[in-house]
Design a protein around this ligand. Structure first.
Ligand SMILES: Nc1nc2c(ncn2[C@@H]2O[C@H](COP(=O)(O)OP(=O)(O)OP(=O)(O)O)[C@@H](O)[C@H]2O)c(=O)[nH]1
Ligand SMILES: [Mg+2]
Length: 437
């Protein structure tokens, strides 16, 4: 990957569309724009131009062009945009012109964003937020992605890092006073509770990572229960489509069936499983039941389905979040269920959906504001917690070692956003306070 080359790509979606936006970034963007669209328009003003082949002067298309000289652009470089008609032929004709210019080439995936990072227009967390936003399917995912893309999550990481650096600055200052009894001891005593408090907050954020991650990829709601109770029928009703096969024969569902839906703005993966019973019909059912149990164990929410006409002869695989008694149209009693429904008559189905929405949002609301949402984030936060804890092991005789641990903790947390220059900030913070005078 060569950053000195000028890159281009279609930035709008793929497929036929009214307009396609071709974006170009790099030192040659202005020259290329002028060669196909005439004199450069005023920066950041849309102008309509005929776009001509630079050699033949044939008009390829007519469209809007934008000229955005760097560095205050999305990539930090000169950027040109060509809003052309969205057909394959127009795009190909434009591409042919661009490709024929030396030092200009098609962008690789993510290369615009990569340049934005290299040129300090965006940090790593913001870039991840942008990637998530491009894939967001639901309202909650959009909000979570915006929290990251707009830099709110980055500020959280920066706040944590700044706290660590100011603690480090205090420790370093105390090092100068190790000879003078009392001053260094007092500084250490002052710092310890602050480190512990920071560790508590970081641990809390790291512990949320699984739930936050579930919001990113979809909350797993597993329907489990004995065979023939109506799990697949209910799942189909909640999903509003015939995703799973239903039959009167116990042991119909054998494999795990996943159906993505949106409940209360939150992405949910409804999961149907094989019915659980003590004595399986055949080997395939045994495997299906094992899968059902591991799905239930990995679920965010388990819905245990029973039915008035089916006796249960196994223990629940896990503690369910919701117990549903199905086939309320048949005679029988409803003990132990949270909800009584009938897939046949529709009784209680609206309530079931409402209850699922409530459970999902109770568990996941607020997660849109979480900052530790990827394994990469959690690993870094946990590493930084380990270094903070290590720093507490050293007493006043080893104050340099404690400082070294704090330095490593800063570095670990800084890797999340990609900002790891401890010395710069240290100098700044150091200059702002004075100790022992
Ligand atoms: N009367 C009545 N029958 C129902 C109801 N819900 C489902 N059934 C019937 O019960 C039978 C079993 O339904 P399924 O949805 O296949 O049951 P399941 O729990 O997925 O069964 P397995 O996949 O074998 O574990 C089918 O014949 C359904 O039509 C209901 O509310 N009332
Ligand atoms: Mg089934």
């Amino acid at each position: 990957m060569n950053n000195s080359e000028t890159i281009f790509a279609v930035s709008s979606g793929s497929g036929m569309a009214g307009i396609a936006v071709i974006r170009m970034s790099g030192g040659k963007a202005g020259g290329v724009l002028a060669s196909v669209a005439g004199p450069l328009p005023l920066p950041r003003r849309a102008s309509i131009r005929q776009l001509r082949h630079p050699q033949t002067q044939e008009v390829i298309d007519q469209g809007l062009v934008l000229w955005m000289p760097g560095p205050m652009t999305s990539t930090g470089e000169d950027v040109a945009e060509f809003h052309v008609h969205g057909s394959a032929a127009v795009i190909e004709a434009m591409f042919e012109v661009f490709r024929s210019i030396s030092g200009v080439r098609l962008a690789e995936p993510g290369e615009f964003t990569r340049r934005a990072f290299v040129n300090n227009r965006m940090d790593l967390v913001e870039a991840e937020g942008l990637a998530d936003l491009l894939q967001a399917r639901t309202e909650a995912q959009r909000r979570m992605a915006m929290h990251h893309m707009l830099g709110h999550a980055s500020s959280q990481y920066e706040d944590w890092r700044t706290e660590m650096i100011s603690l480090l600055a205090r420790l370093e200052a105390a090092i100068d006073f190790v000879e003078e009894d009392g001053v260094a001891v007092a500084a250490l005593a002052d710092i310890r509770p602050k480190i512990l408090d920071l560790v508590t907050r970081l641990s809390r954020a790291a512990a949320e990572a699984d739930r936050a991650g579930a919001l990113r990829s979809g909350v797993k709601v597993v329907f489990a229960g004995a065979p023939n109770v109506g799990k697949s029928t209910l799942l189909n009703l909640v999903a509003a489509r015939e995703a799973a096969i239903v039959s009167s024969r116990p042991g119909t569902t054998r494999d795990v069936i996943e159906v993505p839906v949106v409940l209360g703005g939150i992405p949910v993966i409804l999961t149907d499983t094989a019915g659980l019973r003590a004595k399986a019909g055949d080997e395939v059912e045994v495997i299906g039941m094992q899968r059902a149990k591991s799905e239930a164990a990995a679920a965010d929410i388990v819905v245990w389905v029973s039915s008035v006409d089916v006796a249960e002869d196994t223990e629940n695989a896990v503690v369910p979040a919701l117990k549903v008694l199905n086939k309320s149209d048949l005679p029988g009693d409803a003990h132990g269920a949270d909800l009584r429904v009938s897939a046949r008559t529709g009784e209680g189905i609206a309530e079931l959906i409402a209850e699922l929405e409530r459970l999902v949002s109770a568990r996941f609301s607020g997660m849109e504001q979480a900052s530790v949402i990827r394994t990469r984030h959690r690993d870094a936060v946990e590493e930084s917690i380990r270094f903070l804890n290590d720093s507490l092991l050293h007493d006043v005789g080893q104050i340099e070692l404690a400082a070294e641990c704090l330095r490593k903790a800063c570095f670990s947390i800084g890797r999340v956003t990609g900002r790891v220059d401890v010395e710069d900030l240290l100098g700044k913070i150091f200059s702002e306070f004075c100790i022992g005078k």
